[in-house]
Design a protein around this ligand. Sequence first.
Ligand SMILES: Nc1ncnc2c1ncn2[C@@H]1O[C@H](COP(=O)(O)OP(=O)(O)OP(=O)(O)O)[C@@H](O)[C@H]1O
Ligand SMILES: [Mg+2]
Length: 1167
Amino acid sequence: MSKMEVKTSLLDNMIGVGDMVLLEPLAEESFLENLKKRFDHNEIYTYIGSVVISVNPYRSLPIYSPEKVEEYRNRNFYELSPHIFSLADEAYRSLRDQDKDQCILITGESGAGKTEASKLVMSYVAAVCGKGAEVNQVKEQLLQSNPVLEAFGNAKTVRNDNSSRFGKYMDIEFDFKGDPLGGVISNYLLEKSRVVKQPRGERNFHVFYQLLSGAPDDMLKKLNLERDFSKYNYLGLDSATVNGVDDAANFRTVRNAMQIVGFMDDETQSVLEVVSAVLKLGNIEFKPESRVNGLDESRVKDKNELKEICELIGIEQTVLERAFSFRTVEAKQEKVSTTLNVAQAYYARDALAKNLYSRLFSWLVNRINESIKAQTKTRKKVMGVLDIYGFEIFEDNSFEQFIINYCNEKLQQIFIELTLREEQEEYIREGIEWTHIDYFNNAIICDLIENNTNGILAMLDEECLRPGTVSDETFLEKLNQICAGHEHFESRMSKNSKFLNDHTLPHNCFRIQHYAGKVLYRVEGFVDKNNDLLYRDLSQAMWKASHNLVKSLFPDGNPTKINLKRPPTAGFQFKASVATLMKNLLTKNPNYIRCIKPNDKKAAHIFTDSLVCHQVRYLGLMENVRVRRAGYAFRQTYEPCLERYKMLCKQTWPHWRGPAREGVEVLLKDLQIPREEYSYGRSKIFIRNPRTLFHLEDQRKQRLQDLAALIQKIYRGWKCRTRFLLMKRSQITVAAWYRRYAQQKKYQRIKSSAIVVQSYIRGWKSRKILRELKYQKRCTEAVTTIAAYWHGTQARMELRHLKEEARNKRAVTVIWACWLGTKARRELRRLKDEARSKRAVTVIWASWQGTKARRELKRLKEEARRKHAVAVIWAYWLGLKVRRDYRKFFRANAGKKIYEFTIQRIMQKYFLELKNKMPSMSPIDKTWPARPYLFLEATHTELRRIFHLWRCKKYRDLFTEQKKAIYDEKLEASEMFKDKKALYPSSVGQPFQGDYLEISKNPKYQKLSTLVEEKIILADIVNKINRANGKATPRIFLLTKNSFLLADQKSGQIKSSVPLSDLTSASMSAQTDGFFAVRVKEGTPAAAKGDFLLSSDRLIEIVTKLYRTCLSSTKEKINIEISDEFLVQFKQDKVCVKFVQGSPKNGSVAACKRKNNRLLEVAVPSP
Ligand SMILES: Nc1ncnc2c1ncn2[C@@H]1O[C@H](COP(=O)(O)OP(=O)(O)OP(=O)(O)O)[C@@H](O)[C@H]1O
Ligand SMILES: [Mg+2]
């Protein structure tokens, strides 16, 4: 089954009525009561048909979340409870899907929530329309235009902390898919008088305060401004800060928004400069100065301020100063210059400030339009949002209120026109007969104001343009003359005697009966405000500014384009722009949002009946409801209607198979609703009276309860039955399982008993067999025994018989023997006699011994054979027994195999891993992979050793013969000195070069090289130690194949030459010094001079080479002695050389000193 769709309706869970059209009875009281009830339940939105009434909650409600946007997205207007999103959604979808341009008209008095509503609509549309980088940028620019315009066009008033002081109409343009392309903003009538003066408790436009509190210090300095509000005359002081508003933060927001909208940095800077200039204009003050001709004149008091302004906008100070003091009137080629008195100067200053600011505002709007302009030229769909001041009725109403209320009259007019048109179109579309609707048409009031010949605005213009003295009073007089007869115009002084005694109507006022109520206007200021004059001298001065923006704001100041015609009046301009607006709106499908302010305190939860009643009246909401209800109060397409009420009739419940319209017909007939209460349209059912609808709703509610009870009943029954069936199934399952379990148990019991019985029987049988076998065995044994006994007896008898026989034989034998003996003796005697019988006796003896031995051997063999048989049988028996006993342990073998296998695997893995992690081939590389298992420790270490040996071998194999010789030498040195002499480690890194002096090549030693014929093995400078004082003399030390020589370092003259065969030993200390003694064999010619005590840093090399050369040439080793004390033979004396640790004078070098006749002491620096 697909997802179940829950159909909801506005009518569900309604608080009061969600649509005022359904109000019963329709009266002002019930209207207010319904609004209040809904407001108290946080339902701030209520419909009048498709019009949304919005009551300002003055607190944030959780009804604008993204989830809510999703909830209202693509839903029908009446499907959910009233909401501004519903209207926005309807408008957007009808724009996108039906290609109808839309306009959203938001009206209401100041603080009622129009601007908030317009922002909500824009943000809703932004949330539901297309997405993508480009589209998002357009959306962002459109949304960010709001903070910029609000900063410059909004101000705190007593009615609203963020009151829009201008009317705004914004066209948002979309492409065919409904993605935003851009927009166009139009602004209406900025309240510029606020720039120079604000009523008590109100502020100037936000931007001034934002600039002063939010701009960084350096920016303020650049603009010549100070942070203190009180320094500026144009800033009302009594409410300079507004609760809950952070001007500084807002300044940053605005600058950021300007950047997003596309303002360049220098543009923003220029705008702020103009704002500063306006602010500073307020500080210019004038003082009177009398001229000789009696004319009043004025002068600027403090020129400093003037100078700063001129610097800001780039005007020559004198030009501006002159513009504040003179006025030039040009008429028909005549130029008349008059001076301005102080009051006129102030008037001029304020007019300039107002003009500058309002022109800047218009420039801003144009600049934003340039940024948000749609880039494509294709046809666009348009949604207009109008946020304009609502009807204003104050105690003191002036020109502004008059203009505003005129605009609202016009809006009401198109509202009526369009609502009726829409209603009528729907009736025609649906084929319902049109019944005339009685309503109030305010065209007559519009005519009173805008009629071109005798409308109020036309007369005001006429009055302003008329030559001669013109004043507000003359204007009123004119009105009194011309409009007196108009039924909506009231004035005390008119010819209409009806009002002569009406004291609620002061003399300087006139009253108009607007569609929303009567409004009393005071004529003071009408003419002046309509004129909206800026002296031409001032606009010309501004045009001369070098500041680009200021110059562009005053094109009328260009002297080459002087237009002697008066500029159009404010009223005329407004009328024209309203007419354009109306024309624009008429081409679009209107959507209305009527905003209501619930109290004057800007507080939540307070609903002041009188205040709301007043607004309901002047917004003409009752009129709205009446128009909506004139024909039929409620209409709905057939499908949802049938869906909603089908449960009220048996034929349509639960399913109606035919067309929906027929279903509705059957339904209504069945319910016996009077025929005049409804009509069938083509696609909709029209219900005349809300009562009928509520009757249907009540019945539905009742029926739903019944149905709910029925569903509940069936559901409960179903639930119980399901539960019962489940329990039954469970019981069967449990029983089956239990039975199975019990049978299993029983079976196991029987099985184990059978095994016991079986084992007993088997045991008994076995025992029986065993007994039989044992008996048989005993029988066999008995038989054997008996047989043995029998054989024994037989044998014994035989033996006895044999013995008897033998005895007899022996007797015979004895006799025989005796005889033989006798014979033998006789023979012996004879033999003896013959004396040669000895050998024969021996032979006889040996043969007898042999017989005896053979007999014994036979017996022993027999015995051994028997013993062996017994042992074999015994072993076989033991084997059998062991096999039987140990059969059960056979698995143990497997364990061993697994163990062996595992070990094998581990070894294999270990070897493979080791292969991959082998260290480098460098013999000095100390790394070796970690051992994975403890038991491999020995192997691991051994492998490491073998590997190291092998790579050393590889390394050695790479040596050339030459290198080998060098290493041999180094090795020899190591064997001799390693761990014996402290100087050794420093020599390890130095290669042994041998010929350091390059004797053959160096011309200095040419003579020396000719003297030495053999190849030089070593040549270096050494120090020879003088035995007398221990001083060192440098000498050339030469070592050749057969001898060593010492020569003078400078002259190259040979001082001594010793054949190597004459050397016996070399001695040196164990320390870091380079002293060494070379000893000469006693008795040789060289010995006459004595031993040599030398010192050299290359001691290790010299001694090693000396040793090796001696060995190779003489085949004899010289002795190497390492000791800290040794004797040296100098000619006759033996001197002891002793090495001590100490710090010699010249630092790190060892020093030798003669201590006494027999002692040379060498001080070696301690390491
Ligand atoms: N829907 C809303 N939810 C919460 N607060 C609101 C809502 N609508 C308006 N307000 C509050 O009311 C204040 C006034 O609203 P808003 O500025 O829209 O009035 P307005 O009708 O535009 O008045 P004006 O004609 O002076 O410009 C807002 O600053 C805000 O605090
Ligand atoms: Mg506003």
